[in-house]
Design a protein around this ligand. Structure first.
Ligand code: GAL
Length: 415
């Protein structure tokens, strides 16, 4: 009986606490497109089931990979007008752009009091930390060295096995071309999409350990393997759709769905997008790693932090605690095409996600350049410029020189 009274009191108390929460919370992200938006909206809806009196202001600025959002966010944050919480990539984008300039609040004590500090992979906690304090809550683990393909066209052009080597990949692209399809869908209107292909080619040429060493300041960028990666990038341009510079990543991904293109090298937010278009993973589309990167997990992780002077700080903390829960992580990620950052959250039951969760546990992790983890923002911008210059001019030496200057500017090794 006493137990029952206790239970009833506890429920009344938590009910009162939940309903006592009110006001607003502004969440800032660039998740406006297919797959991304669905995941975000489902999560906001779920949050509102738990906290019906907190009004979520869903502040988004369109443009994949934060093309436009990042500038808006920086202006707002520096101008003392931050949202309550915002999407930011783990690694340099978080620490260099926001933490070191003193714009963020540490979250370590909150993570501990919510009982989740040890629920994230240690390596991930390390890259969202600065001087021993954690500064953001990891939500997603995306993989960006994946090639998705249209299974129907793949079979139609006579392919029987997924390419494992560069030669096999080129051969498959040739077959697609001969059959009149766009071999490799690309939409690099926002530059990062081409940069992402190039960084994956670098991972393939250098291998994970050496690629990581470039960014740890242990290996010089002035290396023949950089030339080879850039040469392969030029080679791939023979296989992309002619209107690539006018398209965004969803437009390019859609070319597969429309049976116009066979392959798409994209982060696995494309997996989320294909699912929201109605495709079934493993049936309508397949996937394999860019040849040469099979042993590597190129990591892109979206996290959410607490800026100083958040207008609704208390509600921001409630939202962040929610994002750190297995409930939120298991809801958001399968829709988004990512696996949960929390090790104890359910990755869902689709074959892509199950395979990815296993790969994340077992492979070497390399941070993405263009998604802000490997290097400071200044490098990312110049890297994307160099690759876009390469795509237009096909001038490998010039692109290499631009990358060397960019590396030198942020004190990475160049000789
Ligand atoms: C990445 C982000 C992903 C996805 C992608 C395309 O930078 O980490 O969550 O949104 O951009 O917009």
């Amino acid at each position: 009986m006493r137990k029952l009274v206790g239970l009833v009191l506890l429920s009344v108390l938590s009910f009162t606490m939940i309903y006592a929460q009110s006001g607003q919370v502004e969440i800032f992200s660039w998740w406006t497109g297919g797959g991304e938006e669905e995941a975000l909206l489902a999560t906001i809806e779920d949050f509102n089931e738990l906290y019906p009196n907190i009004e979520v202001i869903n502040a988004t600025v369109a443009g994949g990979a934060g093309t436009n959002a990042k500038a808006v966010l920086k202006t707002r944050t520096l101008g003392g007008n931050p949202p309550d919480t915002f999407q930011v990539h783990a690694g340099w984008e978080l620490t260099d752009t926001y933490v070191i300039p003193g714009l963020m609040e540490p979250l370590t004590d909150y993570l501990k009091s919510w009982g989740v500090y040890d629920k994230f992979p240690k390596g991930l906690i390390d890259i969202v930390s600065y001087q021993g304090e954690v500064y953001s809550i990891p939500l997603t683990i995306h993989r960006s060295n994946v090639i998705f393909y249209n299974k129907k066209l793949f079979n139609e052009i006579g392919l029987t096995k997924e390419p494992e080597t560069w030669m096999e990949f080129i051969d498959a692209l040739e077959k697609a071309k001969a059959a009149g399809y766009t071999p490799l869908a690309l939409g690099d209107k926002n530059k990062w999409e081409a940069g992402q292909i190039a960084e994956n080619l670098m991972v393939a040429e250098f291998g994970a350990v050496n690629y990581n060493a470039l960014f740890n300041g242990e290996l010089s960028f002035n290396d023949k393997r950089l030339d080879s990666a850039l040469e392969k990038m030029v080679q791939l341009m023979n296989y992309v759709n002619v209107d690539h510079a006018a398209l965004e990543w969803q437009d390019a991904a859609r070319l597969l769905y429309e049976d116009k293109a066979v392959f798409n090298l994209m982060g696995d937010w494309a997996e989320g997008y294909y699912k929201t278009l109605g495709w079934t993973p493993g049936e309508d589309f397949g996937w394999f790693e860019l040849p040469g990167t099979q042993a590597v997990f190129v990591l892109v992780s979206d996290t959410f932090g607490l800026p100083k002077n958040a207008p609704h700080r208390q509600n921001a903390l409630i939202f962040l605690e929610y994002l750190a829960s297995t409930r939120a992580q298991s809801l958001f990620n399968p829709i988004k095409g990512s696996i949960p950052a929390r090790i104890d959250a359910d990755p869902g039951d689709d074959p892509y996600l199950i395979e990815t969760a296993e790969d994340f546990r077992t492979l070497i992790i390399s941070p993405s350049i263009v998604h802000g983890s490997a290097a400071p923002e200044a490098f990312v911008t110049s890297f994307n410029d160099a690759i876009n210059n390469l795509v237009t001019t096909k001038n490998v030496n010039q692109a290499k020189q631009m990358i060397l200057w960019a590396a030198d500017d942020v004190n990475l090794l160049t000789d």
